[in-house]
Design a protein around this ligand. Structure first.
Ligand code: NI
Length: 182
């Protein structure tokens, strides 16, 4: 089932999320719906707040990047209650977009490599190092779980340039070409 995606300006994108456990109702169905929603919108990651649920859950499929970024090979995962354990001092810049901010693409600087721990869809603990676009997508989605969006990480000057676009999204004047929450 396709879920409506929440646009910038909605308060759910600003709430730190709650951890979940195995008893979260209909979790596997929710995960399947989040993947379906993400694919329909041609996204590579989707965090639960973007479907109006303030819980610590992300789906990622970065494999569309594989042609230019080989590290994306096979990087499809469900991420529950994640932690970022380490971040590299080395950073890199990459142009990000977000399904909650249709039409906006901005360069964002982030650590190049991170070490993460999370639970997968079977609640098995996964601990691994991610680099390049894998670390990029993970950090972008992780931010959503902290109530942050990527335009929080650009300069005030760039943000000032985007003010009108952001307010148009917040007032639903600008929508993605996918189902969005009114
Ligand atoms: Ni996003």
């Amino acid at each position: 089932m396709i879920l409506p995606i929440v646009g910038y300006g909605h308060s759910v994108l600003r709430v730190p999320t709650k951890q979940i456990d195995k008893n979260y109702p209909d979790l596997q169905e929710l995960i399947a719906n989040m993947f379906e929603t993400m694919y329909r919108a041609s996204g590579v990651g989707l965090a639960a707040p973007q479907v109006n649920l303030p819980i610590s859950l992300i789906v990622i499929d970065a494999t569309p990047f594989v042609e230019n970024y080989p590290e994306a090979e096979g990087f499809k995962c469900v991420v529950i209650n994640p932690e970022i354990l380490e971040k590299s001092d080395e950073t890199w810049t990459f142009e990000e977009g977000c399904l909650s901010l249709p039409g906006i693409h901005e360069n964002v600087v982030r650590p190049k490599t991170i070490k993460v721990r999370y639970l997968d869809e079977n609640f098995n603990t996964v601990e691994k190092e991610l680099s390049g676009v894998c670390a990029r997508v993970f950090q972008h989605e992780f931010d959503h779980l902290q109530g942050k969006v990527f335009v929080d990480r650009i300069s005030n000057l760039r943000k000032a340039f985007l003010k009108k676009k952001l307010s148009d999204i917040a007032s639903s004047k600008v929508r993605g070409d996918y189902k969005m929450l009114k």
